[in-house]
Design a protein around this ligand. Structure first.
Ligand code: BES
Ligand code: ZN
Ligand code: ZN
Length: 504
């Protein structure tokens, strides 16, 4: 698979709105406020009063993400104006700004517009720092821009390069806006790498192919990449990863991506991502309905890849190791089975009660491997349980950690990045339910509290490393096309974790 996106160039420019020559000028407005800026009024004049008459008519309410194209009769200003609603001014935050940017770019893609000038930040209250706004705009533009068209060449070809210019009349603000844009550019690109890999179907991406993709991403971003194949995993006794991968014609892989942002010391943070390239459930086969979405069971690993790319591009002064633990969970004559007892890399034994609880198995070995590096913090992300998706739906990911400080930092990053997490319990009550009578652990408990049981199982493999687990099972796909996003992977956890690392 190739990771190449139709170009999107974003820059900030000092200019007067009414004098900008562009295919499209985007202006942001708040709901139930007829307030405009002097800039917008001047623009209104050159466009023959079109904006004023729209606002007067009350047909357009500037409610959240409400758009309206205006085609001025005068030729003095821009060819088109797009109004974008920012909703109520008091409810405004950076997430709304990010999403508005996504809507804008998707609206423009419907037409053949190749250059956009935008001013959505002018009415935004001063308390929002222009650097953060620049970042949110860039992240949102990249997010909205992405489509998975690898198998629709006509649609892929129709995606023209787009140039976006963020306009401001003050030189000082242009400077801060562009600093933010540069950051958002990198995070947005990292997120789209994650989404693009996650969107690949199981017949095109399996663990060895995923490892090759990682090597390519590593090369492009100056990361160190190590790949452990089946023979090496066998030598290291990583029997849990091997067990899950046994029934597949494609061997499992453990992949490590390393960013060295400072010369001294070991890893500050180890990230671990579940990458089951397809989860049939194995011998404990899943029901058929909706099984196609199990190609997204590699999303935790894909998030780690996207995060590592962004971390490298941002040149964070941290040492970060990303581990991608990958297998294909298939039913076959040689698959691992219910009743099997597996001796994991840590030495702990696990009695298999359900081969569909495979994520915690591949994570067990990778977490132990990560813990051995003695990082300051270890965070894993995984599409781990249907139970977490039932509890939280798609709007929050589940956060499990015994560490209150780490929890509040991740909650804060979740709010800031627009990828929020909601804390759920993990602890000995849930851990006790994972004990087996004939091995150290079993891989499932009963139905109730399944997300916390899974987290407690993982905790058995982190030693005393400060650790958090993020269950993204419910939050990683857009099931239908939205005004702000294409169907498919949304790259959840990339912005969240990059924000956490930037404030580490
Ligand atoms: N990959 C699934 C979890 C999942 C479910 C992700 C729905 C996304 C959407 C995981 O491997 C799994 O099958 N978990 C089981 C665990 C059970 C057997 C204890 C589940 O949640 O049903
Ligand atoms: Zn499963
Ligand atoms: Zn799974």
């Amino acid at each position: 698979m190739a990771i190449k996106f139709a170009p999107l160039k974003i820059s900030a420019l000092q200019a007067t709105l009414s004098k900008v020559k562009t295919d499209l000028l985007v202006v942001g407005l708040f709901e139930s406020s007829k307030k405009t800026t002097k800039e917008i009024d001047q623009l209104d004049e050159v466009t023959g009063g079109a904006i004023r008459s729209v606002l007067k008519s009350n047909d357009y309410k500037a409610s959240l993400n409400e758009t309206l194209f205006i085609y001025p009769t005068s030729t003095k200003g821009p060819k088109r104006v797009l109004l974008i609603g920012l909703g109520a001014k008091n409810d405004f935050d950076l997430n709304r700004c990010r999403r508005a940017a996504s809507v804008i770019v998707r609206e423009c893609q419907k037409t053949g517009i190749k250059s956009i000038a935008m001013d959505i930040h002018d009415l935004i209250p001063e308390k929002f720092n222009r650097k953060d706004i620049g970042q949110a705009i860039a992240e949102g533009l990249h997010f909205g821009r992405y489509d998975y068209f690898d198998h629709l060449p006509e649609k892929a070809k129709a995606k023209q390069p787009i140039k976006v210019t963020v306009i401001d009349s003050l030189a000082e603000q242009v400077k801060t806006l562009s600093q933010g844009i540069r950051i958002g550019d990198k995070i947005g690109a990292g997120q789209n790498i994650c989404r693009h890999i996650a969107n690949q179907p199981g017949n095109e991406i399996h663990p060895p192919e995923l490892a090759r993709v990682c090597q390519r991403v590593a090369k492009q971003n100056n990361l160190r990449c190590k790949v452990f194949n089946k023979r090496q995993l066998t030598d290291m006794k990583m029997n849990a990863i091997l067990a899950v991968g046994k029934g597949s014609e494609h061997e499992p892989r453990l992949i490590s991506l390393e960013h060295k942002g400072k010369s001294k010391g070991g890893p500050d943070v180890v990230l671990v991502g579940k990458a089951i390239t397809f989860d049939t459930g194995g011998i404990s086969l899943k029901p058929g309905l909706g099984m196609q979405d199990m190609k997204f069971d590699k999303s935790g690993g894909c998030a780690v890849i996207g995060i590592m790319a962004a971390v490298a591009q941002l040149k964070l002064k941290l040492n970060v190791v990303g581990l991608v633990t990958s297998a294909e969970n298939m039913p076959a004559h040689n698959s691992y089975r219910p009743g099997d007892i597996i001796k994991t890399y840590s030495g702990k034994t696990v009695e298999i009660h359900n081969t569909d609880a495979e994520g915690r198995m591949v994570l067990a070995d990778a977490l132990w491997y990560g813990a051995k590096m003695k990082p300051k913090i270890m965070i894993d992300m995984a599409t781990l349980t249907g139970a977490c998706a039932v509890a939280l739906g798609s709007h929050y990911a589940g956060l499990f950690t015994p560490d209150n400080k780490l929890a509040s930092q991740l909650e804060k990053s979740g709010q800031a990045s627009g990828e929020p997490v909601w804390r759920l319990p993990v602890g000995p009550e849930y851990g006790n339910e994972m004990k087996s009578t004939i091995a150290d652990l079993k891989n499932v408990a009963d139905r109730w509290g399944g997300a916390s049981n899974a987290a407690a199982f993982l905790q058995e493999f982190v030693g005393d490393t400060p650790w958090a687990h993020i269950d993204i099972a419910g939050s990683i796909v857009n099931t239908s096309e939205k005004p702000y996003a294409a169907t498919g992977s949304n790259g959840y956890a990339v912005r969240l974790i990059v924000d956490y690392l930037r404030h580490f």
